[in-house]
Write a protein that binds this ligand. Sequence first.
Ligand code: PLP
Ligand code: COI
Length: 371
Amino acid sequence: MATSPGTEITFDVRPTSHPVPQADRERMLEAPGFGQVFTDHMITIRWTAGRGWHDARLEPYGPLILDPATAVFHYAQEFFEGLKAYRQADGSVATFRPWANATRMNGSARRLVMPELPEEAFVRAIELLVTQDLDWVPFAESHSLYLRPFMIATDRGIGISKPSQSYLFMIIASPASTYFSGGIKPVTVWLSEDYTRAAPGGTGATKCGGNYAGGFIGQLTALENGCDQVVWLDAVERRWVEEMGGMNMFFVYGSGPEARIVTPPLGGTILAGITRDSLLKLGPDLAIPASEGRISVDQWRADCASGELTEAFACGTAAAISPIGQVKGATSGWTIGNGEPGPVTTKLREELLGIQFGRRPDPYSWVHKIC
Ligand code: PLP
Ligand code: COI
């Protein structure tokens, strides 16, 4: 569903008269965890067929009132995005590749027959919210402000003859520390050999809530087996490694000057992670060749046993780069390398976080200064 071209979206800015008191905010920022604490404001923009985008606002963070028959509750016409605002070395604040999120979001919109939001409006909305809630951007090492744009279908009615004719786009913001509670301690992953996440022709390449709803059973099984995250295999042969519950994956082959990194190819069932894309570019800059390639579970296990595969890591906005130490499945389990964070994972992590936090040069102009 395309938006009316040329539509200029202007925001009505309505700051709260009851912000969280400074002392409470500072206490919340000490150890925010992930996705538990929310800032003072949010963005809302409405879309209706015929009228297009309208009523764009920055307003106080608060609950929504929705009819129980609202389409999103029944048919899950919904998608979301995730990006972060980082406190820079000089105290200013910047986001990382917000235009890439805007483009990916509109890909989700097309697949789910929802309206595309002009990319300028997406980035403007991010800038407005972060500027308004600047005091919520943490100063602590490795902490950041996680931004969660999302869109829901708001038609009232439970027919399914056509997609909803009205939508609500929002952005909320949440200060965050590291995604995995152990910091950069290696994570243990669970191979989901019975449940799958995404089939060819489905919605695996979009960031729609339904992908995650269907994935919780794999994540729960991972937790029940003492693992941190689920690893999804392809839905057809159930042997090719695809990605994790909320992250892409990289494998490191070789070591020292011979080290190279490989990540599963996209192909429609994997989310095109912006962190993944960034590492495919940064690897070669650090003399670590990077490529896309399919890896089966059997090969993963055998290459670890032979010592050819030396490290593996998960990457994503929330997780940044997290080393994978152990793999477990229903019938097998093995350790990657010596189970500790390896030098290639550490080097890439330092480079990526260095760019995001403004400590290292930004060769691709990925850092988008806000204020
Ligand atoms: N794969 C899945 C399923 C995700 O939820 C995420 C997180 O957004 C990623 C990969 C990584 O994407 P990105 O690097 O854009 O955050
Ligand atoms: C992200 O990294 O932005 C994600 O969306 C991952 C997860 C929290 C769903």
